[in-house]
Design a protein around this ligand. Structure first.
Ligand code: NAD
Ligand code: IPM
Ligand code: MN
Length: 359
């Protein structure tokens, strides 16, 4: 098949991990006979430096025409002055809003070979397989902001329609998995959470085969550490989802491991690892490209409908996590390029074994 993919490497380790993910997509194209074209654009701090804007019009236009968008990370100390007029992160938020990608899927699995890197005891990590569905285009991220000399506000606003579409997506995903949905809110304090809970309760009868539970976010943060194995699909609002998924990444062993897919109503999606620009290791070539590569697998699955190819990438990444090389954050000494090359070889092996098998 033909697909046009826009890449937005961004800042810090963004370009390092995105290059590895693009190499994986190119290998998939070669071994499975697809034609993928890539078009790179600026976003974030590098875009501010080049044009004054965190999301230049040319970048957004290209994304709107693409079949899928692959993003690295934005931000860094250079642009982090709390009094700055414009910030890299605004570019990412504007992109998510403009593409209408309201459902951010963040899967968490613990690779058995990495279980000893997790701060949790191994026995707690058995059976951990959680799909977080984070609302991505509403809440405090997008509400009105005010600032005076000595006060500031961030309005947290949700409409019923915004809640309903992401909750329905989560129910549908639960149906494809273990039929268990946990909705996380702060309904004991926040009005937006009470609206959220009402919506979940109203539509739950349409999904009688899915068991629903509500959990307050503070205790959820605890339960994620004490009983991670009991969750299937977890749906929550934007800010809670941001925080809980970085916590979840610690269970897997490193923030560098987790991918994400941001989806709207159409096929086009935005794919990015959940980590940031990692300024402390940027430029050294040692960033873990796993989250970015697994995001590329999600791109193959969700935007291009290439399930077999997605599984090939996932199997290749899993093989390399088990057998090395590994980057420092997951206890190895390999650099980004070494991991990339090992994954490319594993993709080739997997694809050729498959073709031989089915030929
Ligand atoms: P971060 O995710 O960049 O880094 C947190 C820690 O995790 C660091 O020690 C870093 O070295 C490590 N880490 C992250 N990714 C890694 C990888 N691939 N391999 C190995 N180690 C990795 O979070 P932060 O330091 O809080 O934020 C830094 C900047 O990134 C901020 O400007 C923030 O706004 C931005 N950010 C961007 C995105 C995004 O673009 N999607 C996401 C999160 C943070
Ligand atoms: C993420 C990041 C972003 C978020 C920032 C950089 C705007 O932390 O993708 O998780 O908070 O959504
Ligand atoms: Mn985050």
């Amino acid at each position: 098949m033909k697909a046009h993919i826009v890449t937005l490497p961004g800042d810090g380790v963004g370009p390092e991990v995105t290059a590895a993910a693009v190499a994986v997509l190119q290998a998939v194209a070669e071994h499975y006979d697809h034609q993928f074209t890539f078009e790179e654009h600026l976003i974030g701090g590098c875009a501010i430096d080049a044009s004054g804007e965190p999301l230049p019009a040319a970048s957004l236009e290209a994304c709107k025409k693409a079949d899928a968008v692959l993003l690295g990370a934005v931000g860094g100390p250079k642009w982090s002055d709390p009094n700055a007029k414009v910030r890299p992160e605004q570019g990412l938020l504007a992109l998510r809003a403009a593409l209408g990608v309201y459902a951010n899927l963040r899967p968490l699995q613990v690779h058995p070979a990495l279980a000893n890197l997790s701060p949790l005891k191994n026995e707690k990590l058995k059976d951990v397989d959680v799909l977080f569905v984070r609302e991505l285009t509403g809440g405090a991220y997008f509400g009105a902001k005010t600032r005076t000399a000595d006060a500031a506000t961030d309005e947290c606003r949700y409409t019923e329609a915004e809640i309903e579409r992401v909750v329905r997506r989560a129910f549908a995903l639960a149906r494809e998995r273990r039929h268990h949905l946990t909705s996380v809110d702060k309904a004991n304090v926040l009005e937006t959470s009470r609206l959220w809970r009402n919506v979940v309760q109203r539509i739950a009868p349409e999904y009688r085969d899915v068991k629903v539970e509500h959990q307050l976010v503070d205790s959820m943060a605890m339960l994620l550490l004490t009983q991670p194995g009991r969750y299937d699909v977890v749906v929550t609002e934007n800010l809670f989802g941001d925080i809980l998924t970085d916590e979840a990444a610690a269970l897997a062993g490193s923030l560098g491991l987790l991918p994400s897919a941001s989806l709207g109503d159409g096929k086009r999606g935005l794919y990015e690892p959940i980590h940031g620009s990692a300024p402390d290791i940027a430029g050294q070539g040692v960033a873990n490209p796993t989250g970015a590569m697994l995001s590329a697998a999600m791109l193959l699955r969700h935007s291009l409908g290439l399930e077999e190819e997605a599984q090939c990438v996932e199997a290749a990444v899993s093989h390399v996590l088990a057998h090395g090389p590994r980057t420092r954050d997951v206890g190895g000494q390999g650099n980004t390029a070494a991991v990339r090359d090992a994954v490319l070889m594993a993709v080739e092996d997997h694809a050729s074994t498959h073709h031989a098998f089915f030929a």
